[in-house]
Write a protein that binds this ligand. Sequence first.
Ligand code: DI6
Ligand code: FE
Length: 411
Amino acid sequence: MPAAQALPSADGLWTGLRLAPGAAPGLALAPDAEAAIVVRQGLVQWIGKAAEIPAEHAALPRHDGGRALVTPGLIDCHTHLVYGGQRANEFAMRLAGVSYEDVAKAGGGIASSVRATREASEDALFSSASARLEHLLAEGVCAIEIKSGYGLALEHERKQLRVARRLGEAYGVTVRTTFLGAHALPPEYAGRSGDYIDMVCNNMLPALAAEGLIDAVDVFCERIAFSLEETERVFKAAQALGLPVKLHAEQLSDMGGAALAARYGALSCDHIEHLSSAGIAAMRAAGTVAVLLPGAYYTLRDTQLPPIAGLRAAGVPMAVSTDHNPGTSPALSLLLMLNMACTLFRLTVPEALAGVTVHAARALGLQATHGVIGVGLPANFVLWNVGEAAELAYWFGARPLRAVVRQGRMG
Ligand code: DI6
Ligand code: FE
């Protein structure tokens, strides 16, 4: 894989485009109007009606969009992309009737990915994660969050986060790293959860933050993982370092995690199948994004739907993501998640599209630069071979991507 700098520049005049609804806020074009985008030095310099291209841009090299529909670059705002091995064996066990929680209690689950991740070299992790990333990029992903949490020891968490950074550099995709040291209790700390959280807060977190490897901090707050009190200790340590927090909250039960996260101004609460109305109110007050993860819901054959109507009524922004991980969501298609968000969670198509663009950007604290197409912003947009935006959620298994511009370069 070449370094991103070797990818061709997307500078020039992009013509023959149709803008998807909401793609460029503030710009009102008729749905069928031919649009154009000017990219200069990797930034969007102008966007508007093709018939009104300012003369100063008219002589730029042209890229013919062939009447493609254009959306902002997609954003996958919750992934565990970097890990060793895979867990198809547990998939088979679950088919035979064993529950996810029982697999975890028997030493499988996250612990088995921890073993494989610890054994893998940084280069091996880079190579396996690259292959997965390429699937996501082929569907127009321009920014991605990547969590640690399968190392659970300083050197191995560092290895995961370094791989995440390297992926961003190699592929020219925006990567936000999230430290998830409090994902599971490593075997060497069995029965000593408090000691492990001490180590996360006093050792791993400050060390990795000092190395510039952490953009945000997450915790798996769940009865099979960490308690509310342990979660709060990690949040305090993050806050002391000036790092934003987010939370795996109320996936398997209502622990009150969302309300706690909201008190710490969390960027997002993710999963939230069991979110209460108090949790919704707290998220609304804090401006916290609800990240919906239909791939995990589907894989676990969950039946508890997240409270979509309540979130919608409260005006809590809803994002949609793959939650790519080897246990509960081996999903490598963000477009399939769009489909599932509509089919399983009953999001409307505009809600689902906002969920992988503008609201996903907010869940990562990237709303100033990503999630929309706008003058002065880095050029991140996707050309799709579809007639209308609803097709992006309607087809599944299709690859309607015609071209992608990622951080001002051809993807
Ligand atoms: N929630 C999830 O869905 C994943 N982690 C988490 O905190 C599951 C991770 C795994 O099973 O490997
Ligand atoms: Fe997750």
